[in-house]
Design a protein around this ligand. Structure first.
Ligand code: KG4
Ligand code: ZN
Length: 341
């Protein structure tokens, strides 16, 4: 199969793409639900599922229009089956199944996290295995050793909150809205790095796991104290900037240290990053610097491939076609897909 339709609906983005040979994007469309969830300070699962239902057909049609192709042209469908919000995943999977059944073409189940890893292949199709990939998103903070297509070893993961979740919670507590990552990234770019030093959780010596809940609590306690000042508010940059900058430095310090440690421990020559938080400018800058200093090659996907998108799902599906199936009992799951880890 050379030409795939890819569908991604694991959280709050409804996305479709037409991908040829795994890395050539002929058409891509995305409906972001961010404005629908903004006022709640986070994703409301019920709203997310309903929005996916309302928009998915239109999104798929837009991807085909951009590619100048129709359903007659595609040979298979790559679709995210987990992990994610179960109601959201089911919409994408049900549509994928319906089209695959009607057209008598196979489905290729893709894990959302492996999709984030494949953003690196979209960015650099010449990438060589093995490599280490740091996947940092709203739901996960994982370090993988990627041996080959579909071969991943989980080296470390968060024991509590994901990095993106910490960004979102801190932003919500500051009244900055959802999602927190982009707004904190922008504001922290203006601040002084070490005005407030929040704790970094490195865990046991040598551990590649993460923990961000302590940092989140420390920042929220600090904000609670600052809220005692009557002029404190989301528009008071003098008070907000040191907090978001100190928070971001604490997150980035740990991500960079553990990612570089994983590269050393696995004797890798290449580090890739993926997931929404990988679009963070400070993280990109710091990792690029460390890799350059250590003689490590780094693949940093453009932001549109870091945040949720269907192109990465198409790439993962193409290179893992051995999973292609017409088993219509295939279902969505709120965990990593068992067959790949
Ligand atoms: O990968 P993604 O789009 O969805 C999930 O799979 O979760 O990641 C979304 C997360 C959110 O927590 C959002 O706040 C965070 O990525 N994010 C960022 C930035 N852009 C998005 N975090 C830090 N800096 C950014 N520039
Ligand atoms: Zn994601």
């Amino acid at each position: 199969m050379r030409l795939l339709l890819a569908i991604e609906t694991s959280c709050d983005e409804t996305a479709a793409a037409i991908v040829k040979d795994g890395v050539s994007i002929l058409g891509s469309a995305l409906y972001t639900q961010i404005p629908d969830h903004h006022k709640y300070g986070g994703v409301v699962p019920e709203i997310a599922s309903r929005k996916h239902i309302e928009t998915i057909i239109q999104v798929i049609n837009s991807a085909f229009d951009e590619a100048g192709l129709t359903l007659d042209d595609i040979e298979g469908i790559a679709v995210t089956v987990g992990p994610g919000l179960i109601g959201s995943l089911l919409i994408g999977l049900s549509v994928a199944k319906a089209i695959a059944f009607a057209r008598n073409i196979p489905l290729i189940p893709v894990d959302h996290l492996e999709g984030h890893i494949y953003a690196a292949l979209l960015t650099d199709p010449e990438i060589t295995f093995p490599f280490v990939c740091l996947v940092v998103s709203g739901g996960h903070t994982d370090l993988y050793f990627v041996r080959g297509h579909g071969q991943y070893k989980l080296l470390g993961q968060t024991r509590d909150d994901a990095a993106g979740e910490a960004y979102d919670k801190v932003a919500k507590f500051l009244g900055l809205g959802y999602p927190g990552g982009p707004v904190i990234d922008r504001l922290a770019g203006k601040g002084a790095p070490n005005l407030i030093r929040f704790p970094r959780a490195y865990l046991e010596k040598g551990s590649l796991d993460f923990s961000f809940s302590g940092l989140k609590t420390a920042v929220c306690n600090h904000i609670r104290f600052e809220k005692g000042h009557e002029d404190f508010g989301p528009d008071n940059e003098t008070m907000i900037l040191p907090i978001v900058t100190g928070f971001q430095e604490a997150v980035v310090d740990v991500l960079v240290a553990k990612a570089m440690d994983a590269v050393m421990k696995t004797d890798s020559h290449l580090l890739a990053i993926g997931g929404g938080v990988a679009s963070n400018s400070r993280l990109r800058e710091r990792l690029a610097y460390e890799c350059k200093a250590g003689g490590i090659r780094i693949v940093i996907p453009p932001a549109r491939f870091c945040v949720d998108n269907a192109c990465m799902i198409g790439a993962a599906g193409f290179f893992n076609q051995k999973r292609a199936t017409q088993d219509w009992s295939l279902t969505a799951q709120d965990s990593r897909i068992a067959s790949i880890l």
